[in-house]
Design a protein around this ligand. Sequence first.
Ligand SMILES: [Zn+2]
Ligand SMILES: [Zn+2]
Length: 264
Amino acid sequence: MENLKNKYGIIADYHTHTVYSHGKGTVEQNVIKAVELGLKTIAITDHGPHHFIFGVSEENLIKQASEVRALRDKYPDVNILTGVEANIKGLSGEYDIREDIRHELDIVLCGFHKPVWSDKMSDYFKLFYNSYSKALYKPTKIQIEKNTRAYVKLIQKQPIDIISHINYHLKVNVCEVAKAAADYGVAIEVSTRHDDCTKADYEELFASNCMITVNSDAHKVESIGEIGRALEVLNEYNVDPKRVINSSFCHYDFKCKNKLNLSH
Ligand SMILES: [Zn+2]
Ligand SMILES: [Zn+2]
């Protein structure tokens, strides 16, 4: 695994949870682990406010952002990004981060999670209805088309940086989502924790021009930096390290991206 980490020049983990949602570690414990691993960057990305079991409140998101700013002085060897893993809330591509809060954050991931509330619950239920269980039932072609449109709208409308764990509980046409992601400078996560792509999905993803990211989605401190399965996938499909935003071969600045996206 160290060989693959070196091949891909992995220097960052952009998806970690803390006690602010349902992670086990504090923000500082996650940061210390990143320093121990020699990572150059770690992002703190707890579940967005509308996840009604584990979501971080808007108030705590602001608090967490200031906690991160304070830790930057204490741990100058690592870049600490303050962020969130937001929730897509409906077929129209809405998400659960207010614009003023978005300005406080360095990085925003967004994915589909099941227990989410929305001010327009009927919108969310349309999305929820389209979700699937790998073990029990498969989505129809029409459902996949609707999900795909929802993700494309999300990418077009919201200032997000990364689509987290694509296809997890909500199957999409990966080719179309990846095309939109490439057009809007959004990276797609190859997840170690939720590997829900078929061979055909991966072929479509890597045939596109979108940026890729590999993250641990760690919910406990020991799991930070664990991206073994995702790296095996990149290696299997011979993905160029230059398009992997966690890589030292890729030059990518979330703050620039943030400004770029907000101008859409
Ligand atoms: Zn998630
Ligand atoms: Zn997560």
